[in-house]
Design a protein around this ligand. Structure first.
Ligand code: SF4
Ligand code: SF4
Ligand code: SF4
Length: 503
């Protein structure tokens, strides 16, 4: 047996054990993307670096064997920087969007590709669930949003942007069941006011006083959105507004021909029916605000400066709701999780056919009955199918993305001026291969060799130009005859992924 020290902990391991495995036996996890215990070893990603001895020599823990008396440090500033550099280099020629540009440019970060996918399949109720997760007022915003998502839509460079806003509006206008609460509320503490002490309007609903109470100042898109999500989390919301009717700028600034009153009232009624109490014609000055902060479990502060776009105000209302929810259940009050995001510039003409592989040809659908009527279900399915699905297939499980976030990687640090054109290989029945997302870890190569594929996958070319491919220029279908699923599920990035990944 060999004895060594890892991060100050003594451990005995069998001769021949790699440092990575010795650390794991102590419960210390070292990041790696190319290591797979089931496969022959191959060092490539270089993010498993650790330091050996007092001299602090950096070594790769997946390839170096433990030796008697070794002293290993698995994380410090220098190791962190070395891992970041390895990630920066891997990302320098990585071409992919972790999230589609439409989603990153939507202030509410709605999952637009998923909405489009479901609408194209006629799954309207499921599509509504996707929208309402991030946008509390889909019918209203589907009429008045300037649609920054459509400005960023990649389909625009092929012919015309997907009509995202009208699609979203359709989901809001369709009759759908109300979503169930997403979380259990915290228990209300006893010194606070009961809802009965707040009642001053005949339209109020009676609620159990055990629910935590939230005061919301202002019933514009910010307040309405905050109320909707707080009600979903399980809180009792009371909205104060000095106007006689709720809606704020939506009611008092937006022209009625653009946003009909019945649409506004319908979405507000949904929030009222979810349990929110509206106290209208109620001025909240500074003194009263201080009282509310004592009387309620939490108060949402009107925005100091109203954003120009209602969607931005609505997104901030959603964020405020999450912050309050986290605060009241004792979790860190941080901004909504902002993950690492790989992205590239415009599509070039040569890439249009590659992106159209996940779409259908056809001009942007204009509603036959005109914009005020909106789209019919058939029009919705046709238009949603125009989406090219620019999103990655492994946004939540890709190790490159996870570690890039953890180590603060910078995709631009070493990036070359000329990027490789995106290609998407769809010849296989079950998997898709996107070589420009490949980090050449060779896990797929080793899987095909282990299971004796006739052609399998291999390294093709030399040096910086090396790529993973099927020998003799055969298609991916011939390379992966019985190992496709295992290779796709083992690939640490979105390079090799299941075709029907959403199902
Ligand atoms: S492969 Fe990973 S890093 Fe690349 S686009 Fe997909 S999720 Fe992002
Ligand atoms: S084509 Fe689809 S996924 Fe791509 S940007 Fe447009 S709406 Fe988003
Ligand atoms: S395609 Fe193969 S070599 Fe490339 S990242 Fe995925 S598993 Fe690794």
């Amino acid at each position: 047996m060999i004895e060594l020290t890892i991060d100050g902990n003594q451990v005995s391991v069998e001769s021949g054990t790699k440092i990575l495995d010795a650390a794991l036996s102590l419960g210390i996890s070292i990041p790696t993307m190319c290591h797979n215990g089931e496969l022959p070893h191959f060092t490539s990603c270089m993010i498993c670096m650790v330091k050996e001895g007092k001299g602090g020599k950096l070594i790769t823990s997946c390839s170096v064997k433990a030796t008697q008396g070794m002293s290993i440090t698995t994380l410090d500033d220098e190791i962190r920087e070395a891992r970041k550099t390895a990630l920066d280099l891997l990302l320098s020629d990585h071409v992919g969007d972790c999230q589609a540009p439409c989603q990153t440019s939507c202030p509410a970060h709605m999952d637009i590709p998923l909405m489009n996918f479901l609408l194209a399949e006629g799954k309207f109720s499921e599509a509504y669930d996707v929208v309402i997760k991030d946008i509390a007022l889909p019918s209203i915003l589907g009429r008045i949003c300037p649609a920054p998502c459509e400005g960023a839509c990649r389909r625009k460079s092929v012919d015309a942007a997907v009509s995202i806003c009208l699609l979203k509006r359709f989901t809001g206008d369709s009759p759908t069941p109300p979503p169930t609460p997403t979380s259990t509320p915290v228990t209300r503490h006893s010194s606070l006011v009961t809802s009965s002490s707040l009642v001053s309007s005949s339209s109020l609903v009676t609620h159990p006083s055990s629910l935590p109470q939230i005061a919301i100042i202002g019933s514009g898109p910010h307040g309405l959105s905050a109320a909707w999500y707080l009600q979903q989390y399980g809180y009792q919301c009371t909205i104060f507004d000095n106007n006689p009717l709720p809606g704020g700028g939506l009611r008092y600034s937006v022209p009625r021909d653009k946003l009909p009153e019945e649409v506004l009232d319908r979405e507000i009624d949904r929030i009222r029916n979810a349990g929110a109490i509206f106290l209208m014609s109620t001025e909240i000055g500074l003194d009263r605000l201080k009282e509310l902060e004592i009387e309620f479990d939490a108060v949402v502060h009107p925005l100091e400066k109203a954003p120009k776009m209602a969607i931005k105000a609505s997104a901030l209302g959603k964020e405020a709701a999450l912050k309050i929810h986290n605060k009241l259940r004792g979790q860190p009050v941080t901004d909504e999780h902002r993950n690492f995001h790989s992205h590239f510039g415009r599509l070039t003409e040569v890439e249009h056919p590659e992106y159209m592989k996940e779409s259908v040809p056809g001009e942007r659908v204009e509603p036959a009955g005109g914009i005020p009527q909106g789209m019919t279900p058939q029009e919705v399915m046709t238009e949603a199918a125009r989406c090219m699905h620019c999103e990655c297939r492994k946004p939540d499980t890709c190790l490159l993305r996870i570690y890039a976030h953890e180590y603060g990687a910078d995709q631009k640090r070493y990036h070359s001026l000329v990027r490789k054109p995106v290609t998407k290989q769809f010849q296989h029945d079950t998997v898709v291969f996107e070589p420009q997302k490949c980090i050449k870890c060779s896990i797929c190569v080793r899987i095909t060799a282990k299971h004796q594929e006739e052609f399998g996958l291999t390294f093709i070319g030399r040096g910086f130009d090396v790529v993973i491919g099927v020998p003799f220029s055969e298609s991916i279908r011939k390379g992966l005859t019985h190992t496709a699923e295992e290779a796709a599920n083992s690939c640490p990035t979105g390079a090799l992924a299941m075709k029907r990944w959403r199902l």
